[in-house]
Design a protein around this ligand. Structure first.
Ligand code: ADP
Ligand code: MG
Ligand code: MG
Length: 895
């Protein structure tokens, strides 16, 4: 059988699966000759065996005993010996770092006898008793599961009895008294005395670390970070280095660069006369590394030299833990450090400049998600702010506005130019107009996949959701904070979608310099370091990527922005907004029309209006392809509300003022009413049901293109037919489009190329793609609808009802509307692409669903060799970056 236990000398950084990240890196440092206290790692395999069986795997205790003997040999000390005892730490450490989520016990091996030995050997009784009380406290909490407050209360009692506040004010006698008190707490709480046998302590601690893999907070953290639940943790047993031996000792944490900004230069915190956890626990004010330099130049120099070495070795920013024991430095941990989005970009290009990594590697060091974060406006963190509560960070950004509690008010205020934050318990599809109008959305219920969160992310709106501490009363138009503060409609609040924080009043915001750079208002050369880094990495990504990136844009303004952001065309131009507003009345007439002639009259009015819309879009996309989707949604969306109209007609009938048109309209609304409009009369079906409609749209498109061309521009229209399920549908509509092309040619004598293609958004379309390709010049996967129709999910319904339950139960790891479901929907994409191209080699294939801007999905589309992805203008840079990363990284890992 493979061993469960491995000395640090026998591991290396690659062995994270088996040794956990901490163990693997301790081994790496040991083998680099860096001063690390000796020790060994009990591997994750043992943890998995323990968790599966509920008991320690057979032979583990014996193996541990063997390695303890080796350790005793290396240190010249014996675990639990009355004189000069060996003490160890028992530390958790999983494959992926889960900071502070699991347990660690320090000073294992102390008991009533060895504490005296430690005191005598070091000549420092205060230190010995301080270490013992720490062991009792950690053991009580972690191994025996006692409430930490008991220990803190006992410490506070002794402090207040003495009239002191700091832990350094306690002398040896106080610490002795504390040890007695802690032992009492352990006896009362667990029904047994603290184990004096060091081996029992050690094995108890190991078991506690194993169990901490499944602590509530660890489970929650894994779910959030998408870390698999079955990896288990390793346990590192390591000789103690004592930072609490006096003022020449201490403990610290450091980064080899600033993890917030990425700036060069070491950065860290140090605490004199302290053990590890004290530094982060905030019990005393920490010192900086410059202070350490002043106090102990030799240790400082050695530390800086080691950090430099680690950085060159790992070729990345590292994060470390260290301890100084009586002027001697020990390294206790290192790993590639977590960093902000800004730091990630800056560090990547700095390391590139320093020659530590090449361009492809630099590109792998940043992600599209990080780029997206850099594009949201930020709160200025310098001023004073009044925090009201914290919710979940659902969609990043910084939003300020007055609190409003319903969508109609949101729209009304926004129309008056007043920025609003829409506050709801939760949102539903009826709130869409309010969400569009608001600067930000705040909900007290629901998680990161709630309706509010998903929709807000989709439209790039700032959102904080699930702020459960807030009591939202939408009827009374107010919410109450945990401290009883009441915020009513009209009061200004600020929400930070990146941190989930909610503030009273207005917190100052600054626009993202990265967006200003993409917009062209800041030149890269004049930008701050982050702009320069983004500029460089975007250039590398563009030089690597194969996928083209287009934008979804319905108007000239969005199209121009998309173009500035690097879009290489429009992949989806929706036409439904061209039938709203004043033109709604024309749609009503179209529906009430009796016969072809009346219909044609309406078309004749619509045609020039549509043509104008298209001219503007072609102009802003001069020289680039524009894919225009013919009318898709069901007609009833353009008609008055059924209930409202019914009431109106009923009232009119009673009062004898019935209007013929309203009555007819009501009949039409009834006729067009559908149980499930999503699966009803829409898309190509509409085009077939209303002859001439698609012809009119196509004619408007082609005439617009001809006009732009006549004026010296370059228009490349691609007409896209939605919701096709059978090639016959497409053939039918193609005839109308040919008619339109003919008419346009008659009117304008310019030469014009155009393509006619179809969306692939029904499973049947994907499955018969080989046939459909015969009538299509291109395919565009509408992955939103394809996901809905493949799963049988109506998005608006499922996301707000049971999706969070599905996430909790682990049925869905991520919403298939956010990241493409490779296995199911992705299979249809593969079939559709491959079979389409089998019929028509070189068939142009793109994607125009929201997935086109999702990092992980972009990697999938690269693997499937699509020609382009299309996404909202703000996601265009993200897609460009990820398309480059997908090629240069070779793999699909976007983490
Ligand atoms: P976490 O993963 O939560 O940081 P660690 O296992 O790193 O937990 O340990 C918690 C603290 O105890 C850290 O500050 C660490 O440096 C310190 N520590 C762990 N082992 C030792 C040791 N052998 N000697 C001195 N301090 C230690
Ligand atoms: Mg640590
Ligand atoms: Mg669709």
């Amino acid at each position: 059988m493979a061993p469960f236990v491995h000395d640090f000398e026998d591991g290396n950084r690659e062995a994270k699966d088996l040794l956990g990240g901490k163990g693997a890196n301790l081994a790496e440092m040991t083998n680099l000759g860096i001063p690390v206290p000796p020790g060994f790692t009990i591997d994750t395999e043992s943890c998995r065996a323990y968790l599966a069986a509920g008991t320690m795997p057979k032979g583990l205790a014996a193996e541990v005993a063997e390695h303890v003997t080796t350790l005793e040999g290396k240190t010249g000390r014996t675990l639990g010996a009355a004189a000069d005892p060996l003490l160890v730490s028992v530390r958790s450490g999983a494959k992926f770092s889960m900071p502070g989520m699991m347990e660690t016990v320090l000073n294992v091996g102390l008991n009533d006898a060895s504490v005296e030995g430690l005191a005598a050997q070091t000549g420092n009784p205060r230190f010995a008793w301080d270490s013992y009380r720490r062991l009792l406290q950690m053991y009580g909490k972690t191994v025996l599961g006692l409430d930490g407050e008991h220990f803190e209360d006992a410490m506070d009692a002794i402090k207040s009895g003495k009239g002191v506040t700091g832990d350094l004010d306690l002398d040896t006698d106080d610490l002795r008294a504390l040890v007695t008190a802690y032992k009492g707490i352990i006896r009362d709480g667990s029904g047994a005395d603290f184990p004096q046998d060091p081996t029992a302590q050690l094995l108890g601690a190991v078991e506690a670390v194993f169990n901490s893999w499944n602590s509530d907070r660890a489970v929650l953290y894994r779910r959030r970070e998408r870390i698999p639940a079955d990896l288990g943790t390793a346990v590192n047993v390591q000789a103690m280095a004592f930072g609490n031996r006096g003022l020449d000792s201490g403990s610290g944490v450091a980064f080899t660069r600033d993890p917030a900004t990425g700036a060069r230069g070491v950065y860290g915190d140090y605490l004199q006369n302290a053990q590890g956890e004290d530094v982060v626990a905030g019990i005393r004010n920490t010192m900086t590394l410059e202070d350490l330099q002043r106090i102990d130049q030799a240790s400082y120099d050695e530390l800086v030299a080691i950090m430099d070495r680690l950085e060159k070795h790992y070729k990345d920013m590292c994060d470390i833990e260290f301890t100084v024991e009586d002027g001697k430095l020990f390294m206790l941990q290192t790993r590639v450090g977590k960093r902000t989005a800004e730091a990630a970009f800056r560090i990547a290009t700095d390391l590139l400049d320093e020659g530590l990594i090449d361009e492809d590697e630099a590109l792998q060091r940043v992600t599209g998600d990080q780029l997206a974060q850099l594009m949201f406006p930020h709160f200025d963190h310098t001023g004073a702010r009044a925090l009201l509560a914290k919710g979940m960070s659902a969609s990043p950004g910084a939003a300020v506005g007055i609190a409003v509690f319903d969508s109609d008010t949101a729209v009304a205020k926004a129309a008056d130019g007043i920025p609003v934050i829409l506050v709801r318990r939760e949102t539903n599809p009826d709130d869409l107009h309010g969400m569009v109008a608001a600067q930000g959305i705040l909900t007290s219920r629901g998680g990161k996949t709630s309706h509010a969160a998903v929709v807000a992310r989709g439209m790039g709106r700032t959102c904080v959701c699930g702020a459960e501490a807030l009591d939202v009363d939408t009827k009374a138009k107010r919410f109450t904070t945990p401290t009883g503060l009441v915020i009513t409609e009209g009061e200004t609040i600020s929400i930070d979608g990146s941190t989930g924080e909610i503030f009273a009043g207005e917190v100052a915001v600054k626009p993202s310099p990265v967006v200003q750079y993409f917009e062209g208002s800041i030149a890269a050369e004049n930008g701050d370091p982050i702009v320069k880094s983004v500029h460089r990495l975007m250039a590398i990504a563009d030089s690597r990527r194969r996928l083209r990136v287009r934008a979804n844009a319905d108007n000239a303004e969005d199209a121009s922005r998309a173009r500035r952001f690097g879009a290489e065309g429009i992949g989806l131009c929706r036409t439904e907004h061209m039938f709203l507003g004043d033109r709604r009345e024309l749609v009503e007439r179209l529906i009430l029309a009796e016969g072809a002639e009346e219909r044609q009259a309406v078309f004749d009015e619509l045609l020039p209006l549509q043509r104008e819309d298209f001219i503007e879009i072609f102009r802003s996309m001069d020289g680039l392809p524009v894919t225009i989707r013919l009318l898709d949604p069901p007609l009833h969306e353009f008609l008055p509300d059924l209930t409202e109209l019914s009431v109106k007609v009923a009232v009119a009938e009673v009062t004898g003022h019935a209007i013929d048109k309203d009555t007819k309209l009501l009949a039409a609304v009834h006729r067009l009413h559908e149980q499930n409009p999503m699966l009803g009369l829409r898309g190509v079906r509409l085009g077939i049901a209303i002859p001439g409609l698609f012809e009119m749209q196509s004619q408007a498109i082609l005439e617009a293109a001809a006009i732009v061309t006549e004026q010296g521009g370059h228009a490349f229209p691609e007409i896209m037919v939605p919701l096709v399920g059978a090639v016959e549908e497409l053939r039918n509509i193609r005839e109308e489009i040919s008619e339109a092309a003919h008419e346009a040619r008659v009117k304008h004598s310019v030469h014009l190329d155009h393509l006619v293609g179809t969306m692939i958004e029904l499973p049947r379309a994907a499955l018969t793609a080989g046939d459909i390709a015969e009538a299509a010049d291109f395919f565009s996967f509408g992955t939103n609808d394809l996901t809905q129709t493949t799963w049988g999910f109506s998005r608006d319904d499922v996301e707000s009802s049971f999706f969070s339950r599905y996430m909790e139960a682990g049925i869905l790891g991520v919403s298939p509307f956010e990241t493409i479901d490779r296995v199911g929907v992705g299979r249809l994409v593969r079939i559709g692409t491959d079979e389409g191209r089998r019929t028509k080699p070189g068939l142009k294939v793109g994607v125009c669903g929201e997935h086109g801007g999702d990092p992980e999905s972009v990697h999938f589309f690269e693997e499937r060799k699509l020609d382009y992805v299309s996404c909202s203008p703000f996601r265009v840079p993200v897609a460009r970056l990820e398309a480059g990363r997908a090629v240069s990284g070779g793999g699909s890992d976007t983490r």
